[in-house]
Ligand binder design. Structure first.
Ligand code: KIV
Length: 283
């Protein structure tokens, strides 16, 4: 494990004593079938600083629509939002590869549109790769970007940007036909050249079949341990929300701790016990 100090003046996670290189797309691809890949979402500089030493990849997920902005889904998220948060995450990290989500509407219409959006995100943020949702229908776009120097992480199975078409966020791949479609999606995006793919919300046999079928690493979320790595939304695993999907493991209960701290602060302000002598500038 590398040691990091946090330089709060520059917001950079600074490794000590010897500088390390960031994880790269080829390095991620080479981990197929090897040590499991670790990815967590980050949307801001401080979270990036804290997560960076422990992760191979930080994902600036469009889940920020719900988590940060209180939107009902990822559909309203814009390129501007992604660019602002992506730049903060890059400033707050040093070691992990930063992958940034292409928001709904910024890439589906044509490969040329996708290139313009992806190039803008990489230029404005310093992120090293983009992620986009979709299977066979996105294969041409993934090939177009990959051949032009933009590493693409695919995202198949449950694709939240398609919630209006899917009708909800239920697990995918239960019937034979749907399982076959997901496998075909995986093969298509793999053949198109994605360096890794998120496999979201699929039943275990489908996750296993996909992982076996493709030459790049699969990163599961709600997709069993039969993937080459795992990703979670950080706020879910930190216990920031009352309700989380079944596949989430909470590693902390931050919501309760934050609420308790705010309650103590409020109590001390109201009883005039804060600020105390220690926090007062003397004349
Ligand atoms: O937006 C996001 O956070 C994601 C993960 C759930 C994989 O796409």
């Amino acid at each position: 494990m590398s040691k990091y100090t946090i330089d709060t003046a520059t917001s950079r996670a600074t490794p000590t004593p010897a500088p390390m290189k960031r994880v790269t797309a080829p390095a991620v691809r080479a981990r197929k079938g090897g040590d499991p890949l670790v990815m967590l979402t980050a949307y801001d500089v401080r979270m990036a600083q804290l997560l960076d030493p422990h992760c191979d990849m930080l994902l600036v997920g469009d889940s920020l629509g719900q988590v940060v902005y209180g939107l009902p889904s990822t559909v309203p998220v814009t390129l501007e939002m992604m660019a602002a948060h992506g730049a903060a995450v890059v400033r707050g990290s040093w070691h992990a590869m930063v992958v940034i989500d292409m928001p709904f509407g910024s890439y589906e219409a044509s490969p040329a549109d996708a290139f313009a959006s992806a190039a803008r995100l990489l230029k404005e943020t310093g992120a090293a790769a983009v992620k986009l949702e979709g299977g066979e229908a996105m294969a041409e776009t993934i090939a177009f970007l990959s051949k032009r120097g933009i590493p693409v992480m695919a995202h198949i199975g449950l694709t939240p940007q398609a919630v209006n078409q899917l009708g909800g966020y239920g697990a995918r791949g239960r019937g034979e036909a749907e399982a076959a479609r997901i496998l075909a999606d995986a093969r298509a995006v793999g053949d198109a050249g994605c360096f890794a793919m998120v496999v979201e919300g699929v039943v275990e046999p489908v996750a296993a079949a996909v992982t076996e079928a493709v030459g790049c690493p699969t990163i599961g979320i709600g997709a069993s341990p039969r993937c080459d790595g795992q990703v979670l939304v950080s706020e879910d695993m930190l216990g920031m929300f009352d309700r989380v999907p079944r596949f989430v493991q909470r590693y902390e209960e931050l919501a309760g701790r934050i609420s308790a701290a705010a309650e103590r602060f409020a109590g001390e302000v109201r009883t005039r016990t804060f600020p105390s002598a220690e926090q007062i500038y003397q004349g």
